[in-house]
Design a protein around this ligand. Structure first.
Ligand code: FE2
Length: 365
């Protein structure tokens, strides 16, 4: 299978993986042949990337980080609980986080189990983002990335569970912000920006009242927009005053936000998202943390079409452990001419680099 931007798929391309909606239900199943109508609908739903099956790449398989069941169950739980919180807020009712926290904890534990079994660099490009459900999938993705990065930091099981709970609930305060402000396509007015910024404190206040949610998890909601140099919000705290968990969530939050399709712009590819993190090293983010994150994610996800510096073109076939910038490529073309496919391991051919990715061609925002 190969990975294609929704903007470069064609009619009759065959889906290699199912596409889910925010309830964890299958929207389109494996084997479905795309029509212009389906492609249009997927664009409207906010789907950024899809896996396509073809003869040239039929031997390339992608191992998802979450089992299908875990993903479906997690999405359902997050969606249901967030909806309950949002409704209570609208009605001015108090929110009983103690009642909801066991189901959030069980999602974190299940995600953690799957992460422990997945030792490959993580890629989550193909999730079906629906704009209205963005915050649910974002919360799940941030949990997955945070736990994987937390593992790199050698956190113990109980610490990972705390971090995971902080991650899944980091944006819970957004339930208090009107959707029309969250999804606004035009530039935000000052007062709207201020309103959005309040989600950190709102989330903190909501979570710290709970007896079953660790205070550290509440601080993740409070601190995940704080930045190393004090330029973040709500308090502008700096450096080591920001808790490790909040720093982890802060980094993966930015990464997931830019690699997801949003109402106001198209998704970036992982290597572009990572570039953005690197541009904030030592000012916004810790250098070591960005470097550890680069080892955690698939910078060039399996199935991505790439061009190499020596004129060869192909598809990413395998990851190379933590050297996520140098995967194994299945070469299909040499200087524009089709060749009998063979693999080149970029970890061994260090003079060859990836110069461009096909999915980016039509991704200009
Ligand atoms: Fe946030």
């Amino acid at each position: 299978m190969r990975l294609r931007s929704i903007y470069s798929v064609a009619e009759n391309d065959m889906l290699a993986k199912p596409i889910f909606n925010e309830h964890g239900q299958v929207l389109l199943n494996t084997g479905v042949k795309l029509t212009n109508n389906i492609i249009g609908r997927m664009k409207n739903k906010g789907v950024s990337f899809v896996y396509i099956d073809d003869d040239e790449t039929s031997d390339i398989v992608v191992d998802e980080v979450l089992a299908e069941k875990t993903k479906q169950k997690s999405m359902q739980t997050i969606q249901k609980n967030f909806a309950e919180i949002s409704n209570s807020m609208k009605l001015g009712k108090s929110i009983d986080m103690d009642k909801l926290s066991p189901s959030f904890s069980s999602v974190v534990k299940k995600v953690l189990e799957d992460i422990h079994q997945h030792d490959e660099a993580i890629s989550m490009l193909t999730d079906a983002y629906c704009y209205d459900s963005y915050v649910f999938e974002h919360s799940l993705n941030v949990t997955i990335y945070s736990l994987a990065l937390g593992k790199k930091y050698g956190l113990r099981e109980q610490q990972l569970e705390e971090l995971g709970l902080g991650a899944i609930l980091h944006d819970i305060g957004k339930m208090a912000i009107p959707l029309e402000v969250l999804n606004k396509t035009e530039p935000l007015l000052d007062e709207e920006f201020q309103l959005i910024q309040e989600h950190a404190k709102i989330g903190f206040d909501m979570l710290r009242q709970s007896h079953t949610i660790p205070l550290l998890a509440a601080h993740c909601a409070f601190q995940h927009h704080e930045r190393l140099d004090g330029s973040g919000y709500p308090r502008g705290i700096k450096g080591d005053d920001i808790h490790l968990y909040a720093k982890i969530i802060g980094i993966v939050d930015v990464f997931d936000a830019v690699t997801a399709n949003r109402v106001y712009r198209k998704a970036k590819l992982p290597h572009e998202g990572l570039e953005l993190l690197y541009s904030g090293v030592n000012t916004l983010f810790e250098k070591e943390m960005v470097e550890q994150f680069a080892k955690t994610i698939a910078i060039y996800p399996i199935g991505l079409e790439v061009k190499l510096s020596d004129g060869r073109e192909g598809v990413v076939a395998k990851q190379n452990g933590e050297l996520t910038s140098r995967p194994v490529i299945k070469v299909l073309y040499e200087n524009g001419k089709k060749v009998t496919p063979y693999e080149v391991n970029l970890m061994k051919e260090l003079n060859v680099t990836i110069t461009s990715c096909e999915a980016t061609v039509s991704q200009v925002s």
